[in-house]
Design a protein around this ligand. Structure first.
Ligand SMILES: NC(=O)c1ccc[n+]([C@@H]2O[C@H](COP(=O)([O-])OP(=O)(O)OC[C@H]3O[C@@H](n4cnc5c(N)ncnc54)[C@H](O)[C@@H]3O)[C@@H](O)[C@H]2O)c1
Length: 262
């Protein structure tokens, strides 16, 4: 079986990937890694500045990029961006459901608004974006959907209620989607990061000492004990979109320094 990426070539030549939350952190690192591996990128980010910066960064790598401010939890906005991406590149092969926001609320201070927004940005976005791109994957009989979930979906850490529930929902839905889309040559998998240094988390761990403390207390055992880098999540995403994972679907790749072993 001839595979793209064999013999030293890039792994995603000719592919088109839509990356939600592509303007920052894990999404940005993934967009740039997929672009370096040959993919053109549709950047879906609610932040105009962040999205445009990554469009420019992808173009500087010599790949095509399209993107305008898009809320991944809004059906019409997702449809518009998907249409623009498909018109520009002729197709969409890969979707990375990565857009996310953090929140800390325990049961006594959690509000309807916080609950609904967190669940919408993670879980409804996954539904809407997957539904939009699947229509482009079905005719070609090939597609890759990767979801960034979280170690939080597996651990009961106080204060993570709606976030952990939404990520757990994504995990459950990914298995259903994997079963529903397998006949069309589509795989659906998850990457579950442990704490990763990105703009989302860096404010919580502003010093070397705070980062070290978080790595140790969360149970990282890989050496040296440290927090993960966004590129380490991007590498897992690349594997799940690339030529060596065609037999992998409905599963979760945990990238957490051994801090949680399912
Ligand atoms: N950083 C971590 O420690 C960590 C750990 C586990 C899981 N995750 C998950 O990884 C994903 C990426 O997180 P990150 O750390 O890179 O965060 P980040 O804040 O650096 O990036 C998130 C991006 O998503 C965008 N975004 C937010 N809401 C959006 C929306 N409605 N529509 C489109 N774009 C939107 C933001 O503008 C931002 O560019 C998230 O789903 C997060 O839950 C992160």
């Amino acid at each position: 079986m001839k595979k793209r990426g064999m013999g030293g070539a890039v792994q995603l030549e000719g592919r088109v990937a839509m990356v939600t939350g592509g303007g920052s952190g894990i999404g940005r690192a993934s967009a740039l890694m997929l672009a370096r591996e040959g993919a053109d990128i549709v950047v879906c980010d609610i932040s105009p500045e962040a999205g445009q910066r990554v469009v420019a960064e992808v173009e500087a790598l010599g790949r095509g990029a399209v993107g305008f401010p898009t809320d991944s939890s809004d059906r019409l906005q997702v449809q518009e961006l998907t249409k623009a991406g498909a018109e520009r590149f002729g197709k969409i092969d890969i979707l990375l459901n990565n857009a996310g926001i953090g929140a800390y609320s325990t049961i006594r201070d959690l509000t309807d608004e916080i609950w609904d927004r967190i669940v919408a940005v993670h879980l409804r976005s996954m539904f809407l974006c997957s539904q939009a791109v699947v229509e482009h994957m079905i005719p070609q009989g090939w597609g890759r959907i990767v979801n960034i979930i979280s170690r939080a979906a597996f651990r009961g850490r106080a204060g993570t209620g709606p976030y952990a529930a939404a990520k757990g929902g994504m995990l459950a839905y990914s298995r259903v989607l994997a079963a529903e889309t397998a006949p069309w040559g589509i795989t659906v998998n998850n990457v579950a990061p442990g704490t990763t240094l990105t703009p989302m988390t860096i404010g919580g761990f502003p010093s070397e000492q705070a980062r070290d403390q978080e790595a140790r207390s969360s149970g990282v055992i890989t050496q040296p004990v440290r927090l993960a880098e966004a590129d380490e999540m991007a590498g897992a995403v690349l594997y799940l979109c690339g030529p060596y994972s065609a037999h992998v679907t409905g599963t979760t790749l945990h990238v957490n320094g051994g801090s949680y072993m399912p």
